[in-house]
Ligand binder design. Structure first.
Ligand code: KG4
Ligand code: ZN
Length: 321
């Protein structure tokens, strides 16, 4: 079995996954509540919390799988991109676990992990496909030819899609992170009520900053009473604009590359309107959209392990570069 750890942002996660991609246990301890009062993730607070949560999460994942470290053949861990201090907590723990048992270590790229959430059983999706990765930290279009990696087709010029959801949610007085709440609120609103703009930038990139400003102005022009009455309409119209931007670009890129298949992964892939707007696309299971370690174990199945004892110098990296 592969033991995987993921600590790149504000979820402390561990998973036990077999070589065939069967998830034996997948434990995620979210720190979202801790960061909510700051309206975003505070890196130093996240690092410290990872340190506290890691051992309980490790114990829980073994209990859930009815397994012990004796059943582990390799240790996989996210090495980046993400918050550097947060990543180092997971990486140090993974090195210690692997070293103590003379096991190989598999350094995993977080974005490869999101793509590999599609390779897990029982509904594994096979490459090639064009992948929309939309999360709190990234909005990427990826050309996925095989299990081992991906090529970049497009990215965001400013905010990530999840960030746009979270900032919009904040303007509408919802909690943090607000994507899922905005999704729920939008169901009671009219998506045509406000004609929010869909940015047209060259190539296959995204831009969400103009949309965020449009929502800011719309909210600012309303009295408190009016805002309360129009909140669902604002949420629905704002969500419609984000989803349209994502879907239009993804379909254009798929056509350009001649991709027969589209896949959607990352936290925003949990959005109900996005899922409905791409009925034929392969979608990560809801539980595997937001950050988790099962997807990291999945990517590790297709990543070269570093044999014992050569991995003590393996480092974490903050940005994809
Ligand atoms: O993949 P993820 O856990 O973290 C990163 O790797 O960044 O994604 C988290 C993001 C947050 O911005 C959250 O608001 C968004 O995914 N999200 C959603 C929904 N559920 C989570 N956005 C829109 N609709 C949802 N249902
Ligand atoms: Zn992520």
């Amino acid at each position: 079995m592969i033991l995987a750890l993921e600590t790149s942002c504000d979820e402390t996660a561990a998973a036990l996954v077999t070589e065939y991609g069967e998830v034996r246990a997948n434990v995620v301890a979210s720190q979202a509540d801790l960061h909510a009062r700051y309206g975003g993730v505070v890196p130093e607070v996240a690092s410290r919390r990872h340190l506290e949560l890691l051992l309980p999460v490790l114990r829980e994942v073994q209990a859930e799988a009815n397994a012990t470290l004796d059943d582990v053949d390799r240790v996989a861990v996210t090495t980046g991109p993400g918050l550097i201090g947060a990543l180092l907590v997971g990486l140090s723990a993974a090195k210690a676990l692997a070293w103590a048992r003379r096991l190989p270590l598999v350094p995993v790229d977080h974005l490869h992990g999101h793509v590999a959430s599609l390779y897990l059983q029982p509904h594994a999706v096979e490459p090639p496909f064009l992948c929309l990765l939309a999360s709190g930290g990234h909005s990427l279009l990826l050309d996925v030819r095989d299990h081992a990696g991906y090529g970049r087709v497009g990215t965001t010029l400013d905010d990530a899609a999840g960030e746009a959801f979270d900032k919009g949610a904040r303007l509408l007085g919802l909690g943090y992170p607000g994507g899922a709440e905005l999704d729920r609120l939008a169901r009671d609103g009219d998506p045509e009520a406000y004609p929010f703009p869909v940015a047209r930038v060259p190539g296959f990139d995204f831009s969400f900053s103009g949309l965020k400003t449009a929502l800011l102005y719309a909210v600012r022009d309303l009295s408190a009473d009016e805002l309360e009455r129009r909140r669902a309409d604002l949420a629905a119209s704002y969500q419609r604009a984000i989803v349209r931007a994502l879907v239009e670009r993804t379909e254009a890129a798929a056509e350009h590359l001649g991709a027969d298949r589209i896949a959607v992964v990352g936290g925003v892939a949990a959005n109900s309107e996005l899922r409905a707007a791409l009925p034929d696309a392969a979608k990560a299971p809801l539980a595997l959209c937001t950050d988790n370690a099962a997807m990291i174990a999945s990517a590790a199945r297709y990543t070269e392990p570093v044999p014992y004892p050569g991995y003590l110098a393996v480092d974490a990296y903050a940005s994809a570069g």
